[in-house]
Design a binder for this molecule. Structure first.
Ligand SMILES: [Zn+2]
Length: 355
């Protein structure tokens, strides 16, 4: 069986490599057991590339971090809300990650390419080159200068999550909470509505993972592009605030958009638990559910590699073939596997980028 290249909706590899306490000094170009993605393991797993997130963490100085903000509740957990970032700090930090990505491209000697069009993307998939889609996770990363989006587009930005799980000048993200509805706060601000229109105008994908439900519905009303959640799962199977309700999934289907299945165990398990001892079959279950709800043409993967704890049956990017085998065993034929693995992403990106 030929390996099917997997194009993936979300990784946090840039941050993992950037912060010594996360990546422990590993190199993208040397095979490691640390983290989830490096070039050697990516080749082994048939990783065709995907969305490389530029995410700005809360700085030490503001006293907030995911671990200390976590409270265990009777039947789940709640992470108290992350405070907004200073846009100048966020812009600086994200620019550092963006620079890292272009350094990787240069140092890769043709093995990794930052893609700006669907044609370039397809060329990479054909030629076994890792395709990197430059993604900002949180629009505070644009800084506070109006007009910056256009400059970032010229610099290669092709996907923008309006929010991470915190508020910013544009919208509010969902705090991590289980069990919880994603309806956790107010919708878009005027600047948020303008940002969506500007993304449509430039052909930048608007990512709806991490936004709260009111924000989601406002984007659905304003946006002329297919609705996309790059790394979210089915709320019906795992009622975490980060997952999508049936109503949201229906809107994604009606817009001919798509959802990327997230491998984070906390968004897969019906108990919301954080154990890597989570069967690979939970990924298959969410895939089945999402395909049943939005159709085989509107589901892909959004691994969250290097950003989350994932089932030990996948372990890292080299484990992707085991997931494809599990899906094959569950009844997905070759044509369906190709759609899930990359064809759906290529279709939606071509429609969004308009070229
Ligand atoms: Zn995320």
């Amino acid at each position: 069986m030929n390996r099917i290249p997997v194009l993936d909706g979300h990784n946090d590899t840039l941050l993992n490599l950037h912060l010594p306490d996360r990546g422990e000094g590993r190199s993208f170009f040397e095979r490691s057991d640390l983290g989830h993605i490096d070039l050697a393991r990516a080749r082994e797993g048939g990783f065709g590339g995907g969305f490389f997130a530029c995410y700005s963490p809360n700085p030490e100085g503001d006293g907030w971090n995911e671990e200390s903000a976590l409270a265990i509740t009777a039947n789940g957990y709640e992470v108290s809300g992350a405070p907004p970032l200073d846009p100048e700090y966020a812009q600086d930090f994200a620019a550092g990650l963006m620079k890292d990505l272009y350094h990787l491209e240069k140092a890769s000697d043709g093995a990794l390419r930052v893609v700006r069009t669907a044609d370039e993307l397809e060329e990479c998939l054909r030629e076994d080159v890792m395709a990197a889609i430059l993604h900002f996770e949180g629009a505070e990363n644009l800084g506070s200068e109006p007009g910056a989006l256009k400059i970032y587009h010229q610099a290669g930005l092709r996907s923008l999550g309006i929010v991470w799980s915190r508020p910013n000048a544009y919208a509010e993200g969902v705090p991590f909470k289980f069990p919880s509805s994603p309806d956790t706060g107010p919708g878009l601000t005027d600047a948020g509505r303008e940002l969506v229109r500007e993304c449509n105008h430039l052909g930048i994908l608007v990512d709806l993972s991490h936004i709260n439900e009111k924000g989601f519905w406002e984007v659905a009303e304003i946006s002329r592009a297919p609705l996309v959640a790059t790394h979210s799962n089915a709320h019906a199977l795992c009622p975490a605030s980060r997952n999508l309700t049936d109503g949201q999934l229906d809107a994604i289907r009606d817009s001919d958009g798509m959802v990327g299945v997230n491998f984070a165990v906390g968004f897969l398990r019906e108990d919301g638990g954080e154990s890597a001892d989570t069967p690979l079959e939970t990924v298959v279950r969410h895939t089945d559910y999402l395909v049943g709800r939005v159709g085989i043409d509107r589901v892909g993967f959004g691994s969250d590699f290097d950003g989350a704890k994932i089932p030990e049956g996948i372990k890292d990017v080299a484990g992707l073939p085991r997931l494809l085998t599990a899906l094959r065993d569950a009844g997905y034929d070759d044509a369906s596997l190709h759609k899930l693995a990359h064809e759906n992403w290529v279709r939606v990106l071509r429609a969004t980028w308009r070229g």
